[in-house]
Every structure is written in C-alpha cells, then in structure tokens.
Ligand binder design. Structure first.
Ligand code: MF3
Ligand code: CO
Length: 256
C-alpha cells in the first residue's frame, strides 16, 4: 500500500523539505578542494540539529540485518554512485564530481534530497553528465501528476539519459518517503512493467532519484557494505528531490 498523506502531513514535509534544501545550499559553500567528507558530515549534523530536526540516515538500517548507517550525510565522489561514507581520509580535490545526499526528519516526517556539484573546474564529460542528470530529474518531475503511472516518469528519465549516451542504474531505485525514509513504492528510473501498474494519486510523497552512469549501468557494492560504485569505474550522476503529488501535478518539497 502506498500511503497517502494528509494536507497537514504535507505541510510538515514542506517545512522539512525547505530545511533540507537550505542545509544543502549551506553545505555547498563548504565544498572546496581540501575539505574532507567527514567535515561535511559534521557540518550537516550541526545544521540539521540547529533546525530542530534529526538526520534520517543516522543509524538507519536499509536491510534487516547489520549495522545502521554511521553518519548523517552520504558523500559519493566520481564513480561512487550512492551511500559513500563520509570518512576523514576522503578528501575532495579539484575536478571531482561530488554528490551530497541528506535525509531530514522534522516533526516525525522525512524528506530526502541529493545535490551534485563539481569541485573547481571539472571535465567536459563530468559537466555533460551533471547537466543531463539534472535534466532527467526535471523531465521526470513533469510526469508526476494524478492519473499518470510511474512508467511515464521512468520513460522520461531513461529516454533523456540514453539520448545523451548514458545509462540508467538498474539495481538502485527511488522510493516513497514520509513517515519513514523508505516507503513503498519503489521508483525505477527505467521503463518496466512493474511501474505501469502504479498510478499516481494526490497525496503521495515520493523521493525521485535518477542515477545515471557515464558508462554501463552495472554497479558493485564495496567491502565497507555501503558504498556503491560503477562497475567500469566511470562517472555517476545523481540528483534527488522529494515531491508531493497535487491535484494537477506535483510540488517539489526540497527546493528553496
Ligand atoms: N537517500 C538514500 C536512499 O534513498 C538513503 C540512504 S540511507 C542510508 O537510498 F542509511 F543508507 F544512508
Ligand atoms: Co532517497
């Protein structure tokens, strides 16, 4: 069952989403050559608590077993796709493509967002991937409206990625979000029969997160149990917004 949120719950998510967007904008200013991912995580934690919110990912267990996620922020660089651990020795360098993924719990409701940015001057390919990934999300968002299925979203994302010569990650997906950070439905970013049956309705709240690879779509999980990387070592692009389905379309909750 896909939970439908009340007007009141969406209002809270709008406030939480705005807090999240503001924090990501503040973090953006610190992303300079020489800063470590651990420092960014520390800043993220401080900022989240300063807004009276809680970091959703901290201690979160995506599977049933194992340890919770040990940080507030995911910092994924270049070929890292998602869930990059913010380690002290993960230093950002000129030319890196960086993704900052953060979840915020505010008044018991969660929102989730990811921004991508380049450190100083990045390669033309990195620029192209970043632009195409941003556009994939924008084009996908336009398909989120009552009566459309999630396959319309998936088609828009996949078509634009492939038109640019890129591929869509298959093994990781977007998700419903709200009462918890991951709720049904799973949101594939490529056309699939399963997406056809999910018809959008007013009050659904979704984390849309196209993951677009420069090379092949295959990914691998690192020995740390968290970090996903592209199998071929090429770049990955990832942007994410939390949206609420409205009467006629959708509202992006995680933008300033
Ligand atoms: N934004 C991430 C996702 O949707 C959430 C990561 S939770 C973590 O997959 F605990 F795995 F970091
Ligand atoms: Co997410």
């Amino acid at each position: 069952m896909i939970p439908i949120k009340s007007k009141k719950e969406i209002k809270i998510m709008r406030e939480g989403g705005r807090i999240l967007a503001e924090i990501l904008e503040k973090l953006r200013r610190y992303v300079k050559p020489g800063i470590s991912a651990l420092e960014l995580d520390g800043l993220a934690r401080e900022l989240v608590f300063s807004y009276g919110a809680r970091p959703s990912f901290l201690n979160y267990k995506p599977g049933k077993n194992g340890h919770g996620y040990p940080a507030a922020l995911c910092v994924s660089v270049n070929d890292e796709v998602v869930h990059g651990l913010p380690l002290e020795n993960k230093i950002l360098f000129e030319g890196d493509l960086v993704k900052l993924d953060l979840g915020v719990e505010y008044e018991k409701m969660h929102t989730d967002a990811t921004i991508m940015l380049g450190i100083g001057k990045i390669s033309p390919m990195a620029e192209k991937l970043m632009k195409a990934t941003r556009e994939c999300l924008e084009l996908g968002v336009r398909e989120i409206k009552p009566g459309n299925s999630l396959n319309e979203y998936a088609r828009a994302v996949q078509k634009h990625a492939e038109k640019n010569g890129f591929s869509v990650v298959r093994d990781l997906v977007g998700h419903g979000v709200g009462h918890s950070i991951h709720e049904p439905p799973q949101i594939l970013n490529y056309v699939d029969q399963r997406m056809k049956d999910i018809i959008l309705k007013e009050g659904m709240t979704l984390a849309l997160e196209p993951m677009i690879n420069e090379g092949g779509f295959e990914i691998t999980l690192a020995g740390d149990g968290w970090t996903y990387r592209t199998k071929d070592g090429k770049l990955n692009g990832h942007f994410e917004h939390t949206v609420a389905v409205t009467k006629n379309g959708c509202e992006v909750l995680t933008k300033i």
